[in-house]
Write a protein of this length. Structure first.
Length: 589
């Protein structure tokens, strides 16, 4: 028995030592990767930057330590990394051009694509060239690739070119089959987010605003391609209406959408010709990840903080109910206070990309933004969306920039309250008996829907929240409440239209916002610093061991594009009562 215990103990100790050694090597590898990722790297003369358009485009890149450690590659790219890489490539004399490799690429919005396209056009102004190649081009990747000096395509390839649509998912009838209905209190005839759960067809005001913004986005796309490819807008619309994607590949050359049909291995010869090197010479390539380690030009002067806020607007614990990245009011308010008190930070740019969320959380961030603004300049840079709660947060800024195709405005709020009493009583046979002390003791009970008197109280509560939102916009934009009301009512506006009604101050991207912040802070020399800090490897490791991550991944796999709306439905009764957000499931294809 003693020998058994001795050998067992020795085995356990050995396993523990082995585990500690492996963990130590793992940590050393992670530290090494982090250290190597932070060092600068030289670029060989006569190089080409390879811009691989594949996977998904997010607002900001976030390093996945576990994926790197296991030798995997993340399938998402940060808009910040892509724009920085293009800018560095323009400034670096050793980089002569950009090679765009188009693949299956999904962007979060056309506004993000527009920002990339603008950066590529700016790159060309330096006298450098761009070549693009795709086996097939999606509509989004072609919009980017059309800026190239040479647009190449596989001889058996195609270009998706069909226009833009917005698909609205309506779940009212589905919920009714299960005995569930959603009670609604809202302000704003254009406030369309609840329609997903409360209507069997979209309202006329919603149809009006959707028609306006998808037409506006498409006009921007067609105009950009028309100018780059020298094809008339009318002709491009005709191609879209004839499903040109199914045309013979050689016709893409004939109609000037493509310059040449080549196979993958032949692309190298075109790039070598642009680099003015021999066919037997090697091409010096620099990837997007390599560019992260290339030194940029602005690294001196005073600091301007760029604070990234994207995802659903949530408040503390309710953030756990939202999927993906969130704008947690409790954290954001603390971060803004630190930036306010940091004397090294002379101005702040809020880079925002959100369709909103909790009205209460938005109000807390608005208050912190106002305090920050009282001490130093605050400029807002809107990404794909800065609407509803996103606009609530933004409106107090000293100056607001939006992309022409940014979705913004949507000044309105609502509250949705699920009623599952029919499911419980009629479908499942559950019975309830009440004993109460006061008139509204059972308010909010699952046993019954709200009555008329209770709904009147809820409507007054929502109306009060709307009036507060409207007053915040009036204060921030220096408008009267009456002026705000004319453009409010939940109306969604494109950035280019928001400019005309004074919801934004100018059209432009993040660089424009940083320059404006420097101007307001009266800085001659400056550099930008990104906030908040990325999650540390310890936090990422802990998340990897969370069972919910696995369950969420499996649910996403099974439900696909229906995952988000059904998760929102499941957690609706736990969300903040007042919501200031765009539709829960906004899909612009």
């Amino acid at each position: 028995m003693k020998d058994f215990l001795k050998y067992t103990a020795a085995t356990i100790v050995g396993l523990l030592i082995f585990t500690i050694i492996i963990a130590a090597f793992g940590m050393m590898s992670i530290v090494g990767m982090i250290a190597s990722g932070s060092s600068t790297a030289p670029v060989a003369d006569n190089s080409v930057m390879v811009l691989s358009l594949s996977g998904t485009l997010e607002e900001r890149s976030e390093t996945d330590i576990m994926s790197s450690f296991m030798g995997g590659n993340t399938s998402s790219t940060g808009l910040d990394d892509m724009l920085n890489a293009i800018k560095k490539a323009k400034e670096n004399d050793n980089i002569k051009g950009i090679y765009i490799e188009a693949g299956a690429f999904s962007a979060d919005s056309y506004a993000s694509l527009q920002a990339i396209r603008k950066a590529l056009l700016d790159f060309k102004k330096s006298g450098k060239w761009i070549v693009s190649y795709g086996d097939t081009y999606t509509q989004g990747t072609y919009y980017l690739a059309s800026v190239a000096d040479k647009v190449l395509m596989n001889p058996q390839g195609a270009i998706e070119w069909h226009g833009i649509a917005s698909q609205q998912m309506l779940l009212k009838d589905l919920l009714a089959k299960f005995g569930i209905k959603v009670q609604l209190a809202k302000v704003g005839s254009y406030k369309s987010a609840p329609e997903m759960f409360t209507a069997d067809q979209i309202s006329e005001p919603n149809r009006e605003q959707i028609t306006a913004y998808i037409n506006g986005i498409w006009e921007n796309v067609v105009k950009g391609v028309s100018e780059s490819r020298k094809i008339s807008v009318e002709q491009l619309n005709q191609y879209a209406d004839s499903l040109v994607m199914f045309d013979q590949p050689q016709n893409f050359v004939k109609n000037k959408m493509v310059d040449k049909l080549v196979y993958t291995d032949e692309v190298k010869d075109v790039v070598k010709e642009m680099l003015k090197i021999g066919k037997d010479d090697n091409i010096n390539k620099v990837s997007l990840s390599d560019m992260a380690n290339v030194k940029g030009s602005r690294n001196e002067g005073e600091a301007i903080a760029v604070y990234y806020a994207y995802g659903d607007v949530v408040d503390g614990a309710t953030g756990a109910l939202s999927q993906g990245h969130t704008i947690d009011a409790q954290k954001v308010c603390k971060d803004l206070e630190q930036l306010m008190n940091d004397d090294d930070v002379k101005a702040v740019v809020l880079r925002i990309n959100t369709g909103g969320g909790s009205a209460y959380a938005s109000e807390q961030i608005w208050h912190s933004m106002k305090q920050l603004k009282a001490k130093k300049p605050v400029v807002v840079s809107m990404g794909g969306m800065a609407a509803s709660g996103g606009y609530y947060i933004s409106c107090i800024g000293n100056y607001i920039y939006a992309e022409p195709t940014t979705l913004t405005g949507s000044i309105g709020i609502f509250g949705m309250f699920p009623d599952a009493s029919q499911l419980l009583t009629e479908k499942l046979g559950v019975k309830f008996e009440e004993i109460k002390t006061n008139k509204f003791s059972t308010f909010g009970s699952m046993s019954r829907p709200f009555n008329e008197e209770e709904m009147s109280y809820l409507n007054k509560y929502i109306q009060r929240g709307y009036e507060l939102f409207r007053s915040r916009v009036a204060e921030g934009r220096k408008m009267s409440v009456e002026e705000v009301e004319k453009i409010a009512q939940g109306h969604v506006w494109l950035g280019q239209d928001a400019l005309k009604i004074k919801l934004v101050d100018a059209l432009g991207g993040l660089d424009d916002a940083i320059k404006k912040a420097a101007e307001l802070a009266k800085l001659d020399k400056y550099h930008s610093v990104a906030y908040p800090e990325p999650e540390g490897w310890e936090t990422q490791l802990m998340k990897q061991f969370n069972d919910n991550n696995y369950i969420e991944a499996q649910a996403r796999l099974v439900l696909g594009e229906y995952y988000e709306p059904f998760m929102l439905l499941r957690t609706m009764d736990q969300q903040n009562a007042i919501q200031a957000r765009l539709p829960f499931y906004l899909k612009v294809k």
